[in-house]
Ligand binder design. Structure first.
Ligand code: ADP
Ligand code: ASP
Ligand code: MG
Length: 406
């Protein structure tokens, strides 16, 4: 007997037939003698619709009321799944975040889980009752409902698995595992049997939407075994695990991309100590996260260009802050460009192998794709390129690193 957490995403509960399909899968686990807690997302498209309602009423909405609205999608699916399970003869009960409760900090719309009260559901699970828990939501210190940021049901599931000391957290979705890159872009993407926590964390941070970044952080910290698999087939999924569990390490395990990038260039900034601090200080104060940065060395004249990236959503604010500070910063011109994408290759094998970046640069140049900004870390190389080359670049890199499926 094992204790398992099963999480089903939006497409997996997208209509009544699919909810019945989920109930069948859950029933099979119960009949195999397992103790089961299920976490569900809202039906696909529902959360988008709710977010849009808030925007239509107030573009700069109150985060507490936004949470009150957008958390409702999951209330519908927990109730429907509990009903479907009961209809299938399985003892089941639904739980909203506040009913357990799943406690979070007070950062409405992007809250972090602090604790989960599990005594009641553990007792009921031991008596054979399935706990159907709403993903994406929790209870803040102000006693109001919070949400965990888009894609947050993954984090609800992993946090619940950690709190329940579950043997496995199965993330059921519309693909049958983690692929070398987004299978919607590269049809020859390959499914990975295993991927390290670190690689998954980088991939998720660099744009792979298959798991929310925080869910991977949480899994890594609490050593939760996470498996990504399909809710529509029985194919084995991808296990996210420690590096020492992977025998054959690939040099590059994946390619991620993020369209949520924008580039700002400050033309002719003074090249003297303290300038970078005076530019990035006000951006930090305005809560703008800066990601990639390049600064050229000036060749006489004491001025240089400084280029960096921010998220598309922060672009307007960043431009405003820098325009307001133009007198003090003394740059000649500000050029903003949101027609860019960040493409990254990721792999723990890079630590011990040279030449990974070079393969990337060559593959892109062979396709005539200009690299605008580069950044690297121990296990990834990222480049910023024009957005129209996204698909072309990803496919070329996928081939260059020998990842194409036969
Ligand atoms: P859910 O609604 O189940 O949470 P998501 O849409 O959040 O599902 O995540 C699954 C999607 O992630 C897939 O349909 C796929 O297009 C996308 N995806 C992006 N990168 C990858 C990758 N490397 N491997 C698998 N899926 C990926
Ligand atoms: N329903 C929420 C969203 O769409 C949470 C999730 O699906 O993980 O972001
Ligand atoms: Mg998701």
């Amino acid at each position: 007997m094992a204790r398992i957490v099963m999480k089903f995403g939006g497409t997996s509960v997208g209509d009544i037939d699919r909810i019945k399909n989920v109930a069948r899968r859950v029933k099979a686990e119960v009949e195999a003698g397992n103790e089961v807690a299920v976490v569900v997302s809202a039906m696909s498209g529902e959360t988008n619709k709710l977010v849009d309602f808030c925007r239509q009423i107030a573009p700069l909405h109150d985060a507490r009321e936004y949470d009150a609205v957008v958390s409702t999608g999951e209330q519908v699916t927990i109730g429907l799944l509990a009903l479907a399970l009961q209809e299938a003869g399985v003892n089941a009960r639904s739980w909203m975040g506040w009913q357990l409760p799943i406690r979070t900090d007070g950062a409405h719309s992007k809250a972090r889980i602090t604790t989960i009260e599990t005594d009641t559901i553990i007792e009921r699970m031991s008596q054979g009752q399935v706990a159907v828990v709403a993903g994406f939501q929790g209870l803040g210190p102000d006693n109001r409902v919070t949400t965990l940021g888009r894609g947050g049901s993954d984090t609800s599931a992993v946090a619940l698995a950690a709190a329940l000391k579950a043997d496995i957290c199965d993330i059921y979705t519309d693909v049958d595992g983690v692929y070398t890159t987004d299978p919607r872009i590269v049809s020859r993407a390959r499914k990975l049997d295993k991927i390290t926590y670190e690689e998954m964390l980088e991939s998720a941070s660099l744009g792979a939407k298959v798991l929310q970044v925080r869910s991977v952080e949480m899994a890594m910290k609490h050593n939760v075994r996470v498996q990504v698999r399909s809710s529509f087939s029985d194919a084995p999924g991808t296990l996210i695990c420690d590096e020492d569990e992977i025998v054959e390490k690939e040099l590059v395990s994946g390619i991620a991309y993020s369209r949520d990038e924008a580039k700002i260039t400050l033309v002719k900034v003074a090249d003297r100590p303290g300038v970078a601090a005076s530019i990035f200080g006000p951006l930090t104060d305005a809560n703008v996260n800066v990601d990639m940065i390049v600064q050229n060395v000036s060749h006489g004249g004491g001025a240089t260009d400084l280029t960096f990236t921010v998220t598309k959503t922060d672009l307007e604010r960043a431009v405003q802050v820098l325009t307001d500070a133009r007198e003090t910063l003394g740059y000649q011109e500000l050029v903003a460009d949101s027609n860019v994408v960040k493409v990254s290759v990721i792999g723990v094998g890079m630590r011990s192998h040279a030449g990974v970046a070079q393969t990337m640069f060559q593959a892109l140049s062979a396709k005539g794709i200009n690299i605008q900004v580069i950044s690297t870390s121990e296990i990834k190389v990222s480049v910023l390129i024009a957005e129209e080359y996204t698909e072309l670049a990803i496919r070329a890199l996928h081939t260059a690193y020998g990842m194409d499926a036969a």
